[in-house]
Design a protein around this ligand. Structure first.
Ligand code: ITT
Length: 200
């Protein structure tokens, strides 16, 4: 069985998050025909696993089985050192049913205030899984460390980008040109590993 991503092939991006879908498409350099789970009206599975890797595999397998095509999923999130890694795999859920990330970012700030911590260290993780409809699945992970800034800065990117300043940068992800974020993000690091494993 050939576990490779052949340039030009169709790939289902198993995501309903448009910000993530944009980054996935850019990080694959236009070499694939990407169709999203949203566009295919695939149902969103419950993310019942306890790790980024577990949830990425669950989403990729679910989309591959539902579509009959090779599927790529990303499970990702922001982890805050002083909050013992929260929100972590619950990053999307902290924004509530209306996906209000202004609220989620405020919640992070409030939790830090509640415990009186001045430790602003945080990191983003992205687990990427590729699943084939007949069963195989390959998974990798990438991480970027940085620190939190309050109030949020910038309106680019998505999710928690305005409160995260990656190490070595003066700008938050929310202030960065997307090309700059894609050069160093957790997702870019995971994609570098994925490409090494699956693309000739
Ligand atoms: P899918 O499961 O449909 O892909 P989702 O948004 O629910 O979409 P996750 O379960 O992986 O995805 O949740 C990840 C959340 O973590 C996401 O909603 C963002 O809020 C946050 N996140 C992940 N990567 C991020 C990034 O690069 N910049 C900012 N926030 C990010």
């Amino acid at each position: 069985m050939n576990l490779k991503l052949i340039k030009g092939m169709r790939l289902v991006a198993a995501t309903h998050n448009p910000g993530k879908a944009r980054e996935i498409e850019a990080l694959l350099d236009g070499h694939y025909t990407i169709v999203t789970a949203g566009e295919l009206n695939l149902p969103e599975p419950d993310e019942t696993e306890s790790t980024f890797v577990g949830n990425a595999m669950l989403k990729a397998r679910h989309a591959a089985q539902a579509s009959g095509e090779v599927a790529l999923a990303d499970d990702s999130g922001l982890s805050v050192a002083a909050l013992d890694g929260a929100p972590g795999i619950y990053s999307a859920r902290w924004a509530g049913p209306t996906k209000d990330f202004a609220l989620a970012m405020k919640k992070v700030e409030q939790r830090l205030e509640e415990i009186g911590s001045t430790d602003r260290r945080a990191w983003f993780t992205s687990a990427l899984a590729v699943a084939w409809p007949d069963g195989p699945c390959v998974v990798v992970e990438g991480r970027i460390d940085g620190e939190l800034v309050f109030p949020p800065r910038g309106d680019r990117g998505f999710g928690y980008d305005p409160i995260f300043r990656p190490e070595g940068s003066e700008l938050t992800f929310g202030e960065m040109d997307p090309v700059e974020k894609d050069a160093l993000s957790h997702r870019a690091r995971a994609f570098a590993r994925l490409k090494a494993a699956l693309i000739d």
